[in-house]
Design a protein around this ligand. Structure first.
Ligand code: ADP
Length: 545
């Protein structure tokens, strides 16, 4: 067989040859911007030219600090095509962490959305590696680089650039093309480097009928930010396969998302559960029909009740998937096997609410201190992963040896695997609650609480207990309006039939919202800190809302 290089450039050129007239639609602060793949390609080539003239060399890191929009998409291809490494900086990290990752990555050029300039400006004296700032101005034409220097206007640079693909360095499929940082429990974020080969194969996996079945037929909308594990790789795969692409732009609200999905006839959209909860609220308030053939949900456990509501009330198929920044991220996808499709609805939803089984190309193991544990749907163990789009280390980080051992990624997720290969995440190791020597899954309790019609979201944390080691404490957010009139006792009664007595939370605290991480997951650390006094003393005069 021939040995064709598995590179982003090959994906780009294939796509440019076949799909010049497909659409890329990008929400801006002023409306909607749209162009065809042909123009996207032209501008991407120009950007490649610009990067070379800015002195970007193979292996250099080029950072982006931007929303999901068409310019960001241009960078997604132009940066790797010049042999450089696309570092998508998470705009929601703390200033400390933003400075840390830009320095750790040693970004040479930073593409900054004009609306986000103030954040970078405040850090400019701490970013010695950055030799040029390029401002993406969201069509306002008032792009201000503030005190960033030297700073260039993206559009001005593009105008001066050649539209012919510049002479590019040869790419080796194993060379780095991307870099994302993932939050660590404590300490600084950890960098994960992606290779051309890994992203090529991961993109192929997204087109498999056993997973998303992404194709030219789709209009794909990555809601998940382009700085969160490359928007789960969706932009790379969508461009390659020639799908129409819809990018939701700066801080989209659930109403913006619904409007965009309907106006652009989106068939597949991807986001974390909190996004889908927000969109659901919007759809319930004003029911509308959509063209969605799949809602892709990952990043945290999708509650069964959410899956059921999307499917039964709106006829929208809801796909649950699992992955990590370290795994590109798609490695596990919940699709019913043929033999399961005729099961009673409740049983089907239960399977769909599991994380699913391994994507072709990925191997999984389940281990405890003694070694491999039985895959019988009962025994719990840590989930281990390996495959061609799984990282083998963190970027220049001593913590690599904690997670990467004997050729396997130790995920830090505790799971069971049943005889059909379906993986059910019990919890993140650090969130599991140890009570009287037994484990309680915070995820199971949260899902059960969120199945109550009056509850919008719920988070459960373990709190220190003198006798039992730890006990579960629940935080719940009520829906607004009449449905939200539920009491603690009613919720406890609701939980009781589903759990052993010792699993029930010691208390349920009603809060206005559950704090979220920079990528929209429940931030349990913040809850623990905020309620520390209460957790320590168990006093009744806690800050209940
Ligand atoms: P961060 O660590 O910053 O949250 P990641 O997105 O890489 O960044 O997080 C990966 C983790 O997210 C996994 O280890 C797992 O704990 C959790 N996760 C991802 N997908 C799911 C899912 N479908 N169900 C439950 N947990 C999930």
């Amino acid at each position: 067989m021939m040995n064709g290089a598995l590179t982003l450039r090959a994906m780009f050129e294939y796509s440019q040859g076949l799909f010049p007239n497909k659409d890329i639609v990008s929400r801006t602060s002023h409306g909607v911007f749209r162009y065809h793949y042909a123009e996207f390609g032209q501008r991407t080539r120009q950007l490649a030219d610009v990067l070379l003239s800015l002195g970007v060399k193979p292996g250099d890191r080029v950072g982006t600090f931007a929303w999901n929009d068409y310019r960001h998409l241009e960078a997604y291809f132009a940066v790797p095509m010049v042999g450089a490494v696309l570092h998508t900086v998470n705009i929601r990290l703390s200033a400390e962490h933003i400075a840390y990752i830009i320095n750790h990555a040693e970004d040479k050029v930073l593409l900054v959305d004009s609306t986000l300039v103030p954040v970078i400006e405040s850090l400019r004296e701490r970013l010695p590696s950055v030799k040029a700032y390029v401002i993406l101005d969201d069509e306002s034409r008032e792009a201000s680089a503030g005190h960033l220097a030297p700073a260039y206007d993206y559009e001005e640079l593009l105008k001066e650039a050649s539209g012919a693909l510049p002479a590019l360095p040869d790419l080796n499929e194993n060379q780095a093309m991307g870099l994302c940082y993932t939050s660590a429990t404590t300490g600084n974020p950890k960098g994960v480097v992606y290779s051309h080969r890994g992203i090529y194969l991961h993109s192929m996996a997204m087109g498999l009928a056993n997973t998303l079945g992404l194709s030219e037929n789709d209009t794909a909308m990555p809601i998940v930010p382009m700085f969160h594990a490359n928007a789960w790789g969706l932009p790379f795969a969508a461009v390659w396969f020639g799908a129409n692409i819809v990018l939701p732009g700066p801080s989209p609200s659930p109403a913006d998302l619904v409007e965009l999905m309907i106006a652009e006839r989106v068939t597949l959209a991807a986001g974390v559960p909190t996004i889908w909860m927000g969109v659901l609220k919007e759809l319930v308030a004003q029911p509308r029909s959509t063209d969605l053939r799949m809602v892709l949900c990952g990043g945290s456990a999708a509650p069964l009740s959410l899956i059921r509501t999307y499917e039964e009330r709106f006829g929208i198929p809801f796909a649950h998937a699992y992955g990590m920044t370290e795994t590109s991220p798609l490695v596990v996808f919940s699709r019913l096997k043929r033999s399961q499709q005729s099961l009673p609805a409740e049983e089907r939803y239960r399977i769909q609410a599991s994380q699913g089984y391994a994507v072709p190309g990925i191997e999984v193991r389940l281990v405890d201190d003694q070694g491999d544990v039985p895959q019988d749907g009962q025994h719990m163990g840590e989930l281990l992963l390996r495959g061609p789009w799984v990282a083998d280390s963190y970027y220049r980080d001593d913590r690599s040896s904690d997670a990467f051992k004997d050729g396997w990624l130790h995920t830090g997720d505790v799971a069971t695997i049943d005889a059909e290969g379906f993986i059910r995440l019990v919890d993140r190791t650090k969130d599991l609650i140890k009570s009287g020597g037994e484990w309680i899954s915070s995820v199971d309790l949260e899902n059960a609480l969120m199945a109550h019609p009056a509850i919008f979201e719920a988070a459960v944390v373990g709190v220190p207990h003198p006798r039992w080691d730890e006990r579960p404490l629940a935080f719940a957010v009520r829906h607004e309006g009449d449905a939200g009139d539920v009491t603690k006792e009613q919720l406890m009664d609701f939980l009781r039939p589903h759990f052993a007595k010792w699993w029930l939370p010691d208390d349920i605290i009603f809060v206005k919202e559950v704090p979220k991480t920079s990528v929209g997951k429940f931030l349990k650390r913040a809850l623990r800190e905020e309620y520390q006094e209460y957790l320590r003393n168990g006093t009744p005069d806690r800050p209940e809302l």
